[in-house]
Design a protein around this ligand. Structure first.
Ligand code: FMN
Length: 180
């Protein structure tokens, strides 16, 4: 039975990823009684292929689906790549969308945030991630977002920016209340 565990996914595989830092800040900032679980293995997922989506799926896929099943909701933290969703994240969406109509995140609240270099902080990617997850099964919380232009961080960790910390805490609190 899913409880107040939130699955956290990051759309960047880069070691020094600003989005991973944001995700780690979310994990550290989890309200009392909740656990934010960062699933850090998106780079291990094979490309989605219906031929291998059978009773026995590749182990990283099984691990992702199990983490999603344990969670009552999800926080997705992603940059923008060429105006859209990074491939590694889109691939995870496709795996999570199956079994169709019965995916591990079905009907669970999901929020998309992130940081990107451009002046809109990756808003296109965030909009498209919401659109895709909205089709894939989760209940996307449409009016809740945070798109951070990385330049506003001055090369520092997001936890050193009071506005970002406040915005992130607001997002986390609302997401947890959506899980109810
Ligand atoms: C392949 C690629 C495409 C990118 N396209 C965009 C883009 O369309 N818009 C944008 O704001 N930043 C773009 N960027 C810059 C990223 O937003 C920036 O590198 C960001 O810090 C990546 O997130 P990360 O720090 O979590 O890895 C792109 C970066 C890469 C590597």
């Amino acid at each position: 039975m899913p409880d107040n565990t939130v699955l956290v996914l990051v759309g960047s595989l880069r070691a020094a990823s600003v989005n991973r830092q944001l995700a780690e800040l979310a994990v550290e900032s989890a309200p009392a009684g909740t656990t934010f679980e960062l699933f850090d293995r998106l780079g291990e997922l094979p490309f989605y292929n219906e031929d291998i989506d059978n009773d026995v799926v590749p182990e990283p896929v099984a691990a992702l689906r199990a983490a999603a099943a344990r969670a009552g909701g999800a926080l997705v933290v992603t940059p923008e790549y060429n105006g859209s969703i990074p491939g590694v994240l889109k691939n995870a969406i496709d795996w999570l969308s199956r079994p169709w109509g019965n995916g591990a995140l079905n009907d669970k609240p999901l929020v998309v945030i992130g940081a990107a270099l451009g002046r809109y902080g990756g808003r296109w990617a965030h909009d498209e991630t919401r659109k895709s997850f909205g089709i894939a099964g989760p209940r996307v919380v449409e009016d809740l977002t945070l798109s951070i232009p990385t330049g506003t961080l001055d090369g520092k960790h997001p936890r050193e920016n009071a506005e970002v910390v406040e915005g992130l805490n607001g997002v986390i609190g609302k997401l947890v209340s959506e899980i109810g």
